[in-house]
Write a protein that binds this ligand. Structure first.
Ligand code: ATP
Ligand code: MG
Length: 629
């Protein structure tokens, strides 16, 4: 079917379109109204309809696919792989739901989940959904302080935590972090449920608060727990944004709209039918993990792979051997992860039978052309860049191979997805810009199903963060974009990532793209640094594919980068300084923290570093700044 026709219907007759799409999921009671937009910018989809995410992800498939694998949880850290059928998933989720009820958790109560990529994290999420509790998964790599902040915002009745995680073979005890977070929190949860993996033996229990999952699991046995039917617009979960630009926002999602949007995306975007396998390499703590490790593939009746471990352990072929073993059709990862693989031999990819694999989707950060080319050459499959946000819950821009596969254009995540009315507007006038002109990407409300409903407990911040940038009521998370004459959208970075060199406005993304074109570069971050003469000058921080401490090799690489930028973008974009480092500062979700780099380079306060992944990377940068370019 032609994308253009379906898209037009989705935005011109949204109620007819989404009313049709709603039939893809099970409703206990059908919606009475498809859309209520009487209180902009808030909107309610499928009003009066009653449904349940867990029922749609699990119960509904039992008749046709109880023996099919629902979830494969692979850990190359613990060496354990669990293959879980839909029947077993039903048993485990019901047992977990029974435990939640014993711990006095009910409809509307919040539950914070602090666990790595392990099967029980998925059971816990689905169990919450089953009984109408609102989960808030906090990425297991976050420290106690981050956890405490989220606890205080969500005010959970229960915290579910693993005793420990593991990264690169090193055990990371979670329990002390949990205790610390509870001590720091103003409203600590009355109960903490510990899922022990046998990794961290020393576990002093807090009497009256701590509960042991294994013990309770044995007690509840094969308990079954009735599904709580929720009105479509009740909250299903909270999830905090990555915090790249500042304090994370508690994104709130609904039930019915989310289920319908995911079902649509599995068909039209990911082209993954019931019975087929999808492998997303995300952590369950991120939006991609929620939508495409848990709810999307399971609502779609697919097999979902969940991976705990490094992409290069035991070697850089691990992901591809899993694709081969489980016949993965659709794979989803991030540019950051592919840049890690790029440092290794392509043989690790080519050595596998990937005949079932159809697509590699990448999202979360700009996909630079050299990385896209490298992975495309290695795989020989379409590499599909897709753009979204924690807020949208599913891709806003992508190609739609399940509907109408358009040619890939490197550097572009493609077209607006069904239901997304998007425009690119002039920052100052708010007018739509012509083709090939840079502007701010906005979504015209009402937001489509699946997107956030509000910021938890803070409707005002929802409006001020997303809807107050322009005269017209428009949603924006402030990314720059440009649309070419064929309708392909290109993302040029965040509006605060623009450098003004002597009156020329340059996107950091363009310069990074150009720097990455220099062969030896693994990854580059470009920032604007204050300059007396020009206002700002571009400064590059780069990692090389082969680390080196040899000064002359660094100088050669730096000169090479300057040259390619000058050739492709002109002298005005030529980096004033190039620092070669062994690691770049990133958020825990793999996004470059350009604002911290900029602060360090200008000698100002780096601001909120709570989402920083590796503190060493900042030390690296400080050392490089002292050493000089
Ligand atoms: P915060 O909103 O807390 O500052 P964040 O914006 O990094 O953090 P996420 O919701 O995880 O939080 O990321 C969404 C952002 O990631 C987008 O607004 C965009 O800037 C970037 N992004 C996502 N996908 C792509 C892509 N395919 N190409 C370019 N940029 C992308
Ligand atoms: Mg954002």
């Amino acid at each position: 079917m032609a994308y253009e026709d379906v898209y037009r219907r989705s935005v011109e007759q949204p109620e007819a379109f989404w009313g049709e799409e709603a039939k893809a999921i099970h409703w206990h009671k059908p919606p009475q109204r498809i859309l209520d937009y009487s209180n902009p910018p808030f909107r309610r989809w499928f009003v009066g309809g009653q449904t349940n995410l867990c029922y749609n992800a699990v119960d509904r498939h039992l008749a046709a696919r109880s023996d099919q694998l629902a979830l494969v949880a692979i850990s190359t850290e613990t060496g354990v792989t669990r293959e879980i059928s839909y029947a077993e998933l039903y048993r485990e989720v019901n047992a977990f739901a029974a435990i939640l009820k014993r711990l006095d958790v009910g409809r509307g109560d919040r539950v914070v989940i602090y666990m790595p990529n392990m099967a029980e994290a998925v059971f816990a999420m689905l169990a919450c959904a089953r009984i109408g509790a609102v989960h808030s998964v906090v990425f297991g790599g976050f420290a106690a302080h981050n956890l405490a902040l989220r606890i205080d915002d969500a005010q959970p009745k229960l915290l579910i935590a693993a005793d420990a995680g593991m990264r690169g073979g090193k055990v990371i005890a979670y329990k002390p972090l949990v205790d610390q977070a509870c001590a720091e929190s103003v409203s600590p949860p009355p109960k903490v449920l510990i899922v022990s993996r046998g990794l961290d033996a020393a576990q002093p229990k807090v009497p009256g608060r701590d509960e042991d999952y294994a013990a309770l699991r044995a007690e509840v046995g094969d308990a079954e727990v009735a599904v709580e039917w929720l009105e479509s617009n009740e909250p299903s979960y909270l999830l905090y944004t990555s915090g790249t630009t500042g304090k994370p926002k508690g994104v709130q999602r609904d039930v019915g709209g989310y289920a319908v949007a995911l079902a649509l995306s599995m068909r039209t975007i990911f082209d993954c039918a019931p019975g087929q396998a999808m492998f997303s390499t995300s952590d369950v703590g991120w939006a991609v993990g929620h939508s495409y490790n848990v709810y999307g593939p399971l609502i779609g009746g697919c097999t979902s792979l969940l991976y705990e471990g490094l992409p290069i352990n035991p070697d850089a072929g691990i992901w591809w051997s899993l694709c081969e073993k489980y016949g993965v059709r659709t794979m989803f990862s991030s540019p950051t992860a592919i840049r890690v693989l790029k440092k290794h031999d392509v043989g690790f990819i080519r050595n596998h039978d990937l005949s079932k694999l159809q697509y590699l989707f990448l999202a979360g950060e700009p996909l630079d052309e050299p990385t896209a080319n490298w992975i495309h050459d290695a795989l020989g499959k379409p590499i599909i860049d897709n753009y979204w946000q924690t807020e949208t819950g599913w891709p806003a821009l992508s190609l739609l191979p399940g509907l109408d596969m358009k040619p890939v254009k490197f550097g572009s995540p493609g077209f607006p997805n069904l239901g997304y009315r998007m425009k690119i507007i002039d920052e100052a006038t708010g007018e739509e810009v012509p083709a090939n002109t840079k502007g701010v990407l906005v979504i015209q409300p009402p937001l489509p199903p699946g997107c956030m409903t509000t910021i938890w407990n803070d409707d005002e911040r929802f409006i001020s963060s997303y809807f107050s940038h322009f005269k017209e009521l428009l949603y924006s998370s402030l990314d720059w974009a440009i649309r070419d004459e064929d309708g392909y959208t290109f993302i040029l970075g965040r509006t605060d990532d623009v450098i003004n060199v002597a009156g020329h406005r340059l996107g950091t993304r363009e310069i990074e793209e150009s720097v990455s074109g220099y062969g030896g570069v693994a990854e580059a971050a470009v920032i604007g640094v204050y300059d007396e003469l020009k206002g700002q000058v571009p400064v590059v921080f780069a990692t090389l594919r082969q680390n080196t401490d040899e000064p002359h090799e660094r100088v050669a690489a730096a000169n090479g980068m300057r040259q390619v930028v000058e050739q492709s973008l002109g002298a005005v974009a030529r980096p004033a300084r190039v620092y070669i480092v062994n690691a770049l500062p990133k958020t825990r979700s793999g996004k470059l923290l350009r604002r911290s780099l900029q602060a360090l380079a200008q000698g100002t306060d780096p601001g909120d570093l709570s989402t920083l992944d590796d503190p060493n990377s900042l030390e690296e940068v400080k050392k490089a700044l002292l050493r000089g370019p």
